[in-house]
Design a protein around this ligand. Structure first.
Ligand code: ATP
Length: 655
């Protein structure tokens, strides 16, 4: 183990080695290179430009280690934009395509650029990192470690043959002697991380992607493009890489948005890990939050209150609900018709409604029945207007109008939409308008199989032509085989929609990349659940902070959290989760868990008590199947699925 003394020896050796290889190198660059070189006594490796001290429009060195691959630029001043472009092209072309032991490829967007100079740390031309000598330890941060020694060796061996004119310099590992105070040195901690990463190879996506994923990261699209594919196939991972790829080649802001309120914060954190230098260039915000801010900036004030919306519907239902209840007794079925079909599709006249196709709704409605629905809709709108209130659909349609009349002064270089399957048609139109026309400006990402809200559309309904720009990912990286096999039982879909009315790929057809994993089921009464849930939490095979509890239906969540709170289990609501593992169990509904993943997931299903008519029943069964699929595919290694029934308990183990 390297002691401080051994560390100093490594530094001295590094300095001597540099003097031998580059005797005329100026002192500032020598100091930085020596500091980097001393890390090669640990888990890092360094390739140095043989031509030094000559300056060329290419990186002075390439540094590879648990924290990734860095092209290192040195000097008094950061490179100007043109020089950086040349350096970037050289480095990306040489390094892109390096393979790891699993056949994954290193992407240009997985390569970090860092300028180390005397100035202040921060961003350069927002395309590379700028660090001072003092800040060098930031390159070696433990929480950035995601590559194993095997990955690092693969990188260096291949980079050495591709980077002609560079030579590997390395110092001896320092002698191993225990630290007197028992503390671990920075290098030891890094080694520690390496073994951690070996146990959990999931984060290697920060540097290595599947060849198919990599192709999508860099592909040039002449118009709007779409990525679809079953759960866990790395759609979001590809999007994050693509954002970095596009940010390096553009100026101005980029936008990542989604319908899910909690997802942007989590993905923002991943993006900052992937691309610290352009972290600020990309706005991560959910669609309604973006709209709220946009309307405010235009001086448009809308009064959106959940309570007013609920009351307006209740009053409208009281007046016009009876004839509809005779067709389908479930009030919620008609609420969905209003919000997702009529308002969600931006329908404002009865004639348009009579013509509307109503994709995704089980019940066929004739003209006379649609007239009844329209009366309900009009009454709802009147009640809202009487209170000068608006609903969430109004926010979107007012923003669309505003944007149509007066487009953004400084538009986005690119707009990416994740979990697009749950956005309403009007939301989609708004996003299309926001992105504007042009190559690589709009990317839509989703999976029809994971739709957790009712209703539907196809991209052509929103006037978004995808022809030839649709990508389908097929390799599932998230769920270990034992979990994936379990999740596939919810894949009842005979045909998956690729979001544009064509056949897509289902979870059953996905390839599994990770063996192992376990899933367990449990069935019992509510009385028995408390003890069993606690037992599962106490005997989890992974840390509590890496675990989520998902409860169906969401209204029953408090039944589980009460038991856990009384037992002193620390919990964090998924509403407030922003991607930090922490020490607490994450708890929430499937709507809050979608798009996320956890090492272990516990699911508790309570019986549905609401009575529904046959149409609502059919739709809610389908919807529930999709929600179950989403819940099960949140688990990487371990899944426990509990079904609460008034039955004698039974326990099985699968996977
Ligand atoms: N090339 C890769 N190498 C290693 N791990 C990967 C790779 N691609 C994805 N992963 C892992 O799979 C997980 C799932 O990826 P991601 O969230 O992008 O999938 P998704 O298709 O968006 O999933 P979902 O639709 O279920 O939300 C990531 O967190 C990552 O751990």
């Amino acid at each position: 183990m390297p002691s401080r003394h051994a560390q100093r020896i490594a530094e001295r050796e590094s300095s001597d080695l540099l003097s031998r290889h580059h005797p005329h190198l100026d002192a500032p660059r020598r100091r930085v290179l020596a500091a980097l070189l001393s890390r090669t006594a640990g888990a890092w490796r360094l390739l140095v430009d043989d031509a030094l001290p000559e300056r060329a429009a290419r990186a002075e060195a390439f540094l590879a280690g648990p924290g990734g691959l860095f092209a290192v630029l040195l000097g008094e001043h950061p490179p100007d934009e043109d020089t950086f472009e040349t350096i970037r092209r050289h480095a990306e072309e040489r390094c892109a395509g390096i393979r790891d032991h699993r056949g994954q490829v290193l992407t240009g967007s997985g390569l970090h650029f860092v300028f180390i100079g005397p100035g202040r740390s921060g961003r350069g031309v927002e395309r590379y990192w700028t660090l001072t000598e003092r800040d060098l330890p930031r390159l070696f941060r433990r929480d950035a470690a995601h590559l194993t020694r095997r990955h690092v060796d693969a990188i260096v061996e291949q980079a050495a043959t591709r980077l002609t004119g560079y030579r590997e310099l390395r110092v001896r590992p320092p002698e191993r002697a225990p630290e007197p105070d028992g503390l671990l040195s920075a290098d030891e901690l890094t080694e520690d991380e390496v073994s951690g990463a070996q146990l959990r190879p999931f984060d290697s996506w920060l540097t290595f992607l599947h060849p198919q994923q990599r192709a999508v990261v860099t592909r040039h699209y002449n118009g709007p493009a779409r990525i679809s594919g079953p759960a866990g196939t790395g759609k979001t991972v590809v999007v994050l890489h693509r954002l970095r790829h596009l940010a390096r080649r553009s100026t101005g802001p980029l936008l990542f948005t989604t319908f899910v309120r909690t997802l942007p914060a989590v993905h923002e954190q991943s993006f900052r890990r992937l691309a610290p230098e352009v972290g600020d260039r990309v706005e991560f915000v959910n669609l309604h939050a973006w709209v709220r801010e946009f309307l405010q900036s235009r001086g448009v004030r809308l009064n959106v209150q959940r309570e007013a919306i609920t009351t307006a519907f209740a009053l409208a239902w009281r007046k016009h609900g009876a004839p509809l209840a005779a067709i389908e007794p479930t009030e919620d079925y008609w609420r969905t018709e209003l919000h997702r079909v009529i308002k969600g599709r931006g329908i404002t006249t009865v004639d348009d409604y009579l013509r509307a196709a109503r994709k995704g709704r089980a019940l066929r409605l004739g003209a006379a029945q649609k007239e009844l629905v329209w009366r309900l809709y009009e009454a709802y709108e009147e009640r809202l207007a009487a209170r000068a209130a608006h609903d969430y659909n109004d926010m979107i349609s007012v923003a669309l109008e505003e944007l149509t009349t007066r487009p953004l002064e400084h538009g986005y270089a690119a707009v990416v939409v994740d979990e697009v399957q749950d956005i309403t048609l009007t939301g989609l139109r708004l996003i299309n308008r926001l992105a504007g026309e042009g190559p690589n400006r709009l990317l839509l990402v989703g999976d029809g199989q994971q739709q957790v809200y009712p209703g539907g559309w196809s991209l052509s309904d929103a006037g978004i032509p995808i022809q030839g720009r649709g990508e389908v990912l097929r390799v599932n990286y998230r769920n270990r085989a034992g979990v994936l096999t379990f999740a596939r039982r919810f894949d009842a879909t005979t045909q998956v929609d690729d979001l544009d009315g064509q056949a897509g790929v289902s979870l059953l057809q996905a390839e599994s990349a990770n063996p192992g994993g376990h899933s367990h089921t449990w069935t019992g009464t509510e009385d028995e659940l408390a003890g069993e849930l606690l037992r599962q939490v106490r005997e989890l095979p992974v840390p509590l902070g890496q675990t989520a509890l998902i409860v169906f239906p969401p209204a029953q969540l408090s039944r589980c959290t009460r038991v856990l709170r009384e037992a002193g289990v620390p919990m964090l609501s998924l509403d407030r989760y922003a991607g930090e593992a922490g020490e607490s169990l994450k708890v929430g509904s499937v709507h809050r868990a979608k798009g996320l993943d956890f090492q272990a997931v516990l699911v508790v299903e309570f019986p549905e008590r609401e009575r529904a008519g046959p149409a609502a029943e059919q739709e809610s069964d389908e919807l529930r199947g999709r929600q179950n699929l989403v819940a099960a595919t949140r688990a990487r290694d371990f899944l426990w699925w509990a079904t609460v029934r008034d039955q004698v308990p039974a326990s099985t183990v699968e996977g």
